[in-house]
Design a protein around this ligand. Structure first.
Ligand SMILES: Nc1ncnc2c1ncn2[C@@H]1O[C@H](COP(=O)(O)OP(=O)(O)OP(=O)(O)O)[C@@H](O)[C@H]1O
Length: 235
């Protein structure tokens, strides 16, 4: 395995319970790379991301994420792996019963932060990073969909993760807001974070070119050289 790669999969099988979703998955992602993950509905994008997050076990093949070997990772090590990964998943939305600030505080306290001043400063920092510095007092329902997604990204940044896994972060957003969000994620990756973004919005791939991996027919395929093919399939 490469010493420098932050994410490696080697002949990996991706499973959901007894169902085999992807086989012979080989993947190497370097620190600071931005990678799109594409593929039809049900092709395995989320399953792959969940495997990297140790939410699904890696039973066959090898793999490491941020220095943790997925095949042999112990249950008690998983929280440490997850501190290195920021998650922007659709099924991990903001808590609706508390303000933005309290949503972020909740995560910090759950991950061991105790000092009130440090907590407040960190929250201010991440909200500034996503251009939401003045919205900490708002309740989630008082924000637009795009603003909520910015807060979800701020939450993912709280513990300064090396990696961000974003599963269709622009799913419910209008084109302009989608663009802003991808620009934000691209900026974040320029600061050395590795980002994998699953998406169905193929126009983004052309506007903001980056490496592309595709889940197709039970395999993961490098797609960067074949954008035109991808587009014709999506139209
Ligand atoms: N909890 C589960 N148990 C069993 N099978 C599952 C489970 N979750 C998903 N699957 C199956 O795994 C396959 C891959 O699903 P996955 O969610 O990874 O696809 P996806 O590419 O992310 O799809 P989408 O674009 O709709 O998000 C699908 O056939 C799905 O039915």
């Amino acid at each position: 395995m490469s010493e420098s790669a932050i994410i490696v999969l080697n002949k990996a099988t991706i499973r959901q319970a007894d169902n085999i979703i992807l086989t012979d998955v080989n993947l190497k992602i370097e620190k600071g790379e931005f990678v799109y993950l594409i593929g039809k509905v049900g092709s395995g994008k989320t399953s792959l991301l969940k495997t990297l997050y140790a939410d699904l076990p890696l039973s066959e093949g090898g793999g490491s994420v941020a220095g943790y070997y997925l095949k042999i990772i112990k249950r008690k090590q998983i929280p440490f792996l997850r501190r290195k990964i920021g998650i922007v998943f659709q099924d991990f939305q903001l808590l609706t019963d508390r303000s933005v600030h309290h949503n972020l505080e909740f995560v910090l306290r759950a991950t061991g932060w105790k000092n009130k001043n440090e907590i407040d400063r960190r929250i201010e920092d991440v909200l500034e990073k996503v251009n939401m510095g003045k919205k900490g007092y708002k309740m989630p329902h008082e924000l637009s969909g795009g603003e909520q997604q910015r807060i979800v990204i701020a939450r993912a940044l709280l513990n300064s993760p090396d990696i961000i896994l974003a599963d269709e972060p622009t799913g419910n957003l209008d084109p302009e807001t989608s663009d802003e969000l991808v620009e934000l994620l691209r900026d974040i990756s320029k600061n050395g974070r590795t980002i994998i973004m699953a998406t169905h919005q193929y126009d983004l791939l052309q506007k903001y070119p980056a490496r592309i991996m595709e889940c197709i027919q039970g395999k993961l395929v490098e797609k960067s050289e074949k954008l035109e093919e991808t587009e014709s399939q999506s139209s």
